[in-house]
Write a new protein. Structure first.
Length: 315
């Protein structure tokens, strides 16, 4: 039987990870080169000459005399957690197919639950920022979905305690193999919402395949071609060949969220969805999945706890 090249790719083993990022010095050096690949650059004036104040771990610019730490102005700003634990958290969030809960992260890296929660949400924010603005193209499958709804109440679309989102998959070739995916929250399944999404996230000329939900026709206002298929409800609708991959991936996402988190805070749903989207879109590159989030994290503004607690804007 042929092996799935994605599932059986080499990736980065834990011993190799520890060999590369097992000490604070190794992690510090890695972050330095990721932030300043050509050497230190002052964020204030752009000057490249500096002196290092080792007692405070800051770099002072020779021109404007501004003092800058390695993590200042980044998602890692003001952290008291050792860099080795940050790198281990990145490893655990990126190398597994599903995810890791904040409670499990607490146990794995040896921090308090509150610290693990903040670290996880900061890293998910990095993934969210990275995925924003990217566009899908070619043949695209799209479907509507919900997360939540554990409480009793009105069933179906519009039910209370549910968060609506769309699952979108770019496919390629005769077999329509999935290439990239997007999981984006929407305020509801209305034409205006789908049009807004399509204009920001789909390339003009893309062929969008959907079920018979009327709002998906709005992709045409973004310059896309729309091919609707009226599918049956229940299992037959899910097994429709035109939506094979979007339904498969949607099922994987829901199962992973249920199995790993049991439930998620709906106001933070865009971050959780971005985490799955980020991993899936980079599933062929497990070997460099440590450097990628770290690189983006160094270019993501700080997120104090008061901002992390706020509802994340989706779309």
């Amino acid at each position: 039987m042929a092996k799935n090249i994605i599932q059986f790719q080499k990736g980065l083993s834990l011993p190799k990870f520890l060999e590369k990022y097992g000490t604070e010095e190794q992690c510090y050096s890695a972050l330095f080169h990721l932030r300043w690949p050509d050497g230190f650059v002052c964020p204030e004036c752009g000057n490249k000459t500096y002196c290092e104040i080792k007692s405070r771990k800051v770099y002072q610019c020779h021109r404007c005399h501004r003092q800058t730490s390695l993590t200042s102005g980044t998602i890692f700003a003001a952290t008291k957690v050792p860099l080795t634990k940050w790198f281990l958290a990145i490893y655990l969030l990126t190398q597994r197919k599903t995810s890791v809960s904040a409670l499990q992260l607490k146990r794995d890296i040896g921090v308090s639950y509150n610290t693990a929660w903040k670290m996880k949400h900061k890293l998910m924010q990095v993934m969210l920022e990275r995925e924003k603005g990217k566009k899908l193209s070619g043949r695209i499958e799209i479907d509507d979905a919900y997360i939540g709804g554990e409480r009793p109440g009105k069933p179906g679309r519009g039910a209370a305690h549910k968060a609506p989102f769309i699952a979108v998959v770019e496919t390629e070739g005769e077999e329509h193999r999935p290439q990239r995916m997007q999981l984006r929250t929407v305020s509801g399944f209305r034409s205006a919402e789908i049009e807004r999404y399509a204009k920001t996230s789909l390339e003009v000329g893309s062929i969008v395949v959907s079920d018979g939900l009327a709002c998906f026709k709005a992709v045409e206002k973004a310059g896309c071609h729309h091919i609707p298929f009226a599918s049956e409800g229940g299992r037959k609708g899910v097994e429709h060949p035109s939506f094979k991959w979007v339904n498969t991936l949607l099922g994987n996402v829901k199962n992973a969220i249920t199995g790993t988190f049991h439930s998620v805070s709906l106001k933070h749903l865009p971050r959780y969805l971005a985490e799955f989207e980020y991993r899936f879109n980079r599933r062929y590159r497990l070997d460099d999945m440590i450097e990628r989030p770290a690189y983006v994290g160094l270019r993501t503004p700080p997120m104090p706890y008061r901002f992390l607690r706020m509802a994340e804007i989706g779309g």
